[in-house]
Every structure is written in structure tokens, then in C-alpha cells.
Design a protein around this ligand. Structure first.
Ligand code: ADP
Ligand code: AMP
Length: 219
């Protein structure tokens, strides 16, 4: 099962990705999580990526494509993967297609989580994340059991630097300009499946699960 998650920042991609990864036993690959881990460990990749992420801009394609290909080349991706936050540009999508074609593979489905702009700011300013395992919470809609602590791994949860209001606005602009064209790109090849991301987390996952059932390998 090879799946791509698409949608504006704050649509719920990371939240659904965790549920899908657990429910369908496929690795969750989030380029944003990879960058944040590198930033917290102050690696050269992290130092470079931070310059762009803090401004709400995309990390350059040449950096992002290489780390994604490396991750997809690991053994755990052989029978499937779930990409969250990649591709974000048409060029990244073309590189992904070429990479998979060389392995005689293809994407099964692209899930677009649709959320109107008026939902986004509240979702993102209330978001708290775990830098250790990538779990995402919301102070109002999806709080952790113990305030400030990740339910999954017990680490501290924090507010992302790029979830401040001004950066969020820039990220929405970048999404509309650079990432939205991917909706057409995947629709043309009949891979797009659109979900109503304004529903509750549980309801969205129910819709996702019904759709993904058709791609499950029968054992
Ligand atoms: P993305 O990965 O698309 O940027 P997240 O999954 O991190 O988005 O979700 C953004 C914020 O919205 C998080 O705080 C999350 O808990 C919350 N959230 C996600 N899905 C829903 C939903 N269906 N209803 C309400 N809040 C949600
Ligand atoms: P996310 O966690 O998906 O919201 O990503 C956080 C930030 O990481 C984005 O705002 C970008 O700056 C950067 N990023 C993540 N994925 C990509 C990508 N595929 N291409 C470029 N930049 C990315």
C-alpha cells in the first residue's frame, strides 16, 4: 500500500498518518518530522532546513528529495509507505514518480484532506507536537491525557516555532502557490481521493479506512 497524504498545513495529515500507519501497518514518513528531528539534534541538515522552516518557506527540493529517496530505500518501505508532507511541489512529485518507476512501483492513492482556510489558523495555533515520536495534539480538539506530555512515548510536547500566526499565513500562501497544483497533477492520473477534513478525527479516519481497504493485500 503506497499512499500520499495531501492537504493544507493543519488539515490533519500527521494526525491521520499516525492512525493509518498503526491501522494498516505501513511506515509513516513525514519530511517535516525528519527536519524537526535534525533541527533538535543540530545536524548540518537541521541547521540548513531551519533557515527555511522558520520563515514558513519550503526547504529546497534538492535537499528534500534526497532525504525522501534515502528513507524510501529502507527495507521497511518494501511493501508500502505513507508519505506525509512530500511531495509538496510538482517537481518533487515528478521525482517521486521516476524513483518509483525505476523500482517498478507506483502510488496507489493520494488522499487529499480538504479543510477551508477558516479552520486552519485555530488548528495550527492550538497544535502541540512531540519531537520524539511525531505525535500531534490540539489543546482543545485533541488534548493529551496528561497536559504537556505525549500519550504515546511520555516525552514533553511543545508548540512548533512555525505554528505562530505570521508564519502560518506564509505557509498557507506557499501551499496555495506550490502545493495546490498537485491536486490537478494527481487528479489527472485518477489517483486523487478527497476527504472532508472538517469532520472529527475519528470520522475522517473512518472515511480513510473504508477507502484504503481496497488496497490492502489479502493474506
Ligand atoms: P498537518 O499534519 O496536516 O499539518 P496535524 O495532523 O498536525 O496537521 O493537525 C493540525 C492540528 O489540528 C493538530 O493540533 C491536530 O490535533 C488538530 N486536528 C487534526 N485533525 C483534526 C480534526 N479532524 N478535527 C479537529 N482538530 C484536528
Ligand atoms: P510539516 O511538518 O509537513 O508541516 O512541515 C514543516 C516544514 O518543513 C514545512 O513548512 C517546510 O518548511 C518543511 N518541509 C516539509 N516537507 C517539505 C517538502 N516536501 N518540501 C519542502 N519543504 C518541506
Amino acid at each position: 500500500m503506497k499512499i500520499v497524504l495531501l492537504g493544507p498545513p493543519g488539515a490533519g495529515k500527521g494526525t491521520q498518518a499516525k492512525l493509518i500507519s498503526k491501522g494498516f501497518s505501513i511506515p509513516h514518513i513525514s519530511t517535516g518530522d525528519i527536519f524537526r528531528k535534525n533541527i533538535s539534534e543540530e545536524t548540518p541538515l537541521g541547521v540548513e532546513a531551519k533557515k527555511f522552516i522558520d520563515k514558513g518557506l519550503l526547504v529546497p527540493d534538492e535537499v528534500t528529495i534526497d532525504i525522501t529517496k534515502d528513507r524510501l530505500s529502507r527495507d521497511d518501505c518494501k511493501s508500502g509507505f505513507l508519505l506525509d508532507g512530500f511531495p509538496r511541489t510538482v517537481f518533487q512529485a515528478e521525482c517521486l514518480d521516476d524513483f518509483l518507476k525505476n523500482r517498478e512501483e507506483d502510488i496507489d492513492s493520494v488522499l487529499l484532506i480538504g479543510v477551508p482556510p477558516e479552520f486552519i489558523l485555530e488548528r495550527m495555533t492550538g497544535r502541540r507536537v512531540c519531537l520524539n515520536c511525531g505525535s500531534s495534539y490540539h489543546i482543545g480538539f485533541n488534548p493529551p491525557k496528561v497536559a504537556g506530555i505525549c500519550d504515546v512515548c511520555g516525552s514533553e510536547i511543545i508548540q512548533r516555532d512555525d505554528d505562530k500566526e505570521t508564519t502560518v499565513k506564509e505557509r498557507i500562501d506557499v501551499y496555495e502557490k506550490s502545493t495546490q497544483p498537485l491536486i490537478d497533477y494527481y487528479d489527472k492520473v485518477d489517483k486523487l481521493f478527497t476527504l472532508d477534513g472538517t469532520k472529527s478525527i475519528e470520522e475522517v479516519f473512518e472515511d480513510v479506512s473504508k477507502h484504503l481497504a481496497q488496497f490492502q493485500v489479502k493474506k
